[in-house]
Design a protein around this ligand. Structure first.
Ligand code: CP
Length: 310
């Protein structure tokens, strides 16, 4: 891979190779020796704690060097485009750009460059609008695989703010491709036609005791400016109707797990006292994020023959 912008197009073998490599990094069985300096810049045009810090950690663990980029104090504020920003960073020596951006498929213009373009930088997508979140998908797949050892036939419910969720889109595509059965729940107005292709909608109470994985999505209020339902949103009511409370937690199968990409709205998607409950995998997800991202970056470094890798 010379860029890593989406999980679309990855084969099951490629996904499994990335998971295996991430596990090897996690277990200390794999190390990279970069023969030359490789510079990364992390460009986050939307807020992030997990993704940004774990990409930074992954780059450090791979022996890369980082150039700090802060959109707020950058010339983006003077109107410089993403393309021109990357041209600049590339010109000063940055080899790899990890980008989070509010615009869906912002990366397309960066992949389809005109022949005379000077830009030669690897792009890793850290989330584009409501489009894709490939690194979250990979760390989620790694976490599920660690727990179950396979994907085939697993029943996985994705519950919540589907419409706005790049996590849901990446995960429903890859989980289905890997042989899992995907179900959806949450407010019905977020279950639009595109999701019907991947799985059935069922009420939360019909799902909890049937699922191997309950994947909760954050209610993304910051993306609800045009959502007619936002004015009526009631956190207490949401929790009662769609959240995992103690009663629903108690109905989960013995081996079932709960996942959430974070940040969690405590008391909304999940009762606050269940955040650190035994079936809650959030800490494994966050930890695995470092190693999944190491595997993703390594694939791009090898694809670009950076750091003396091939
Ligand atoms: N899961 C996730 O993308 O979290 P952050 O927004 O904190 O990076």
């Amino acid at each position: 891979l010379t860029n890593f912008v989406s999980v679309e197009g990855l084969t099951n073998d490629e996904v499994m190779a990335l998971i295996t490599r991430a596990e090897a990094f996690k277990q200390g069985k794999a190390h990279l020796e970069l023969a030359t300096d490789v510079y990364a810049a992390n460009l986050f045009f939307e807020n992030s704690t997990r993704t940004k810090s774990s990409f930074q950690m992954a780059e450090s663990k791979l022996g890369m060097k980082q150039i700090v980029f802060d959109p707020q104090s950058s010339s983006v504020k003077k109107g410089e485009t993403l393309y021109d920003t990357l041209l600049t960073l590339n010109a000063v020596g940055v080899d790899l750009a990890v980008i989070r951006h509010p615009q869906n498929k912002y990366y397309q213009e960066l992949l389809n460059l005109p022949a005379n373009s000077h830009l030669n930088i690897g792009v890793v997508n850290a989330g584009d609008g409501s489009g894709q979140h490939p690194s979250q998908c990979l760390l989620d797949l790694m976490t599920i695989y660690e727990h179950f050892g396979h994907f085939q036939g697993l029943k996985i419910a994705i519950i919540g703010d589907l419409t706005n969720s790049r996590v849901a889109r990446s995960n429903m595509e890859m989980l289905t491709q890997l042989g899992a059965e995907v179900y959806f729940s949450g407010p019905k107005y977020w279950f639009t036609e595109e999701f019907e292709h991947y799985g059935q909608y069922l009420p939360v109470d019909d799902l909890v005791d049937q699922m191997d994985v309950v994947m909760l999505l954050r209610v993304q209020h910051e993306r609800h400016q045009d959502d007619a339902n936002e004015a009526q949103f009631d956190a207490v009511q949401y929790h009662a109707q769609y959240g995992i409370n103690q009663a629903r937690y108690d109905r989960l199968q013995d081996d079932a797990i709960i996942m959430h990409p974070g940040p969690i709205n405590r008391g909304v998607e999940l009762a606050s006292n269940l955040v650190e409950a035994p079936k809650s995998m959030f800490f494994q997800q966050m930890q695995n994020g470092v190693f999944a991202r190491m595997a993703m970056i390594e694939a791009v470094l090898r694809g670009r023959k950076l750091g003396g890798l091939n």
